[in-house]
Design a protein around this ligand. Structure first.
Ligand SMILES: Nc1nc2c(ncn2[C@@H]2O[C@H](COP(=O)(O)OP(=O)(O)O)[C@@H](O)[C@H]2O)c(=O)[nH]1
Ligand SMILES: [Mg+2]
Length: 317
């Protein structure tokens, strides 16, 4: 068994200073916000920086996020429940991608606000493919991310002017998720659209996912970040065993690969790669869960999982 991590600190500093210190005031406005956009625009990074903790994994590669994750931020009398979605997939029609597309559409149907993320000065066909999926009866806020990459900020104006034509937006805001720029303003804007109502989650809660899920995600992230282009797509991570004894968590995980020939790639020379994956994942877990972690990661072979719907369902898709 494993519980859900909660905030041990005071919450995101950048956010509390700009919008007003988080007080124990009762929540009076609460709502869900779907974070959508093509792969790699920085949706998960934005969610992590908005809530001030890393709960959604990120990498330079497409499809890093495979399942929905909620990130919760309770600020004064407002509660923001962000739903990170996998990027909408059009290229490969596997069972996995079908499930991911369904997850995107489902999250759009249920939310109060849509936060559409695009990259500064990069609007392409993959971004445009999302347009018809955006709900017409819900406010859509556009976050123009990665503005830190634009040296001359005036260069953004024609881009913003152009993109403001593609549909109606409740607001368009330039941000840099990784540098925490523009985030208080973004929250302020989203806050205006949260419906009146009670808290959806306890105010100190960070995410709807339990530690077991997050542990597997952190391992998956390291595979995405440390291994070659194609490797993450034939890997899956399962937690075989998770136990907690006081402040010590013992976690036994396995990376499942398709073919025997893929196993040495994960292991690396003298097992160096899998050791590095485990070490980096463990540090993330210690930071988020608090307390010590004993982590073992094994590599196992099993074929055809990406197209096996029964397996996906068992794993919670
Ligand atoms: N320069 C820059 N890079 C960013 C920013 N936000 C995200 N990234 C990077 O963009 C890549 C994709 O981010 P991720 O959050 O995984 O994108 P997602 O697929 O939309 O969830 C990662 O390498 C991030 O570090 C930003 O504001 N500026
Ligand atoms: Mg993501």
């Amino acid at each position: 068994m494993s519980g859900r991590p909660s905030r041990h600190g005071p919450g995101p500093a950048t956010v509390t200073t700009a919008v007003g210190a988080a007080s124990p005031a009762a929540i009076a406005h609460a709502g869900t916000i779907a974070v959508v956009g093509r792969p790699n625009v920085g949706k998960s990074t934005l969610l992590n920086h908005l809530i001030g903790e890393k709960i959604s994994i990120t990498s330079r590669k497409a499809q890093t996020t495979r399942q929905r994750v909620r990130g919760i931020l309770s600020l004064g009398e407002r509660q923001f429940v962000f739903v990170d979605t996998p990027g909408f997939q059009t290229a490969h029609r596997t069972a996995l991608n079908r499930e991911m597309n369904r997850a995107v559409q489902q999250s759009l149907a249920e939310v109060d606000v849509v936060l559409w993320v695009v990259e500064a000065n990069r609007y392409n066909l993959a971004d445009r493919a999302l347009l018809p999926l955006l709900p017409v009866d819900r406010p859509v806020i556009l976050a123009v991310n990665k503005t830190d990459r634009v040296t001359d900020k005036r260069g953004l104006l024609p881009f913003v002017a152009q993109i403001s034509q593609v549909r109606e937006f409740a607001a368009i805001l330039p941000v840099s998720a990784s540098r925490d720029q523009g985030l208080p303003e973004l929250l302020e804007e989203i806050g205006k659209h949260l419906p009146a109502g009670e808290a959806l989650y306890p105010p100190d809660e960070l995410t709807d996912r339990d530690e077991r899920f997050l542990a597997a995600e952190f391992i998956r992230e390291k595979i995405f970040r440390l291994l070659g282009e194609e490797v993450p797509y034939f890997c899956n991570v399962v937690i075989d065993h998770f136990e907690q004894e006081g402040q010590l968590r013992r976690i036994f995980a396995a990376v499942i690969v398709d073919k025997p020939g893929q196993k040495p790639i994960l292991l690396g020379k003298d097992g160096d790669m899998i050791k590095r994956i485990a070490t980096e994942a463990r540090l993330d877990m210690e930071r988020l869960f608090g307390g010590r972690i004993y982590l073992e990661v094994w590599v196992r072979v099993r074929s055809g999982w990406a197209d096996d719907e029964a397996t996906l369902r068992r794993q919670g898709f």
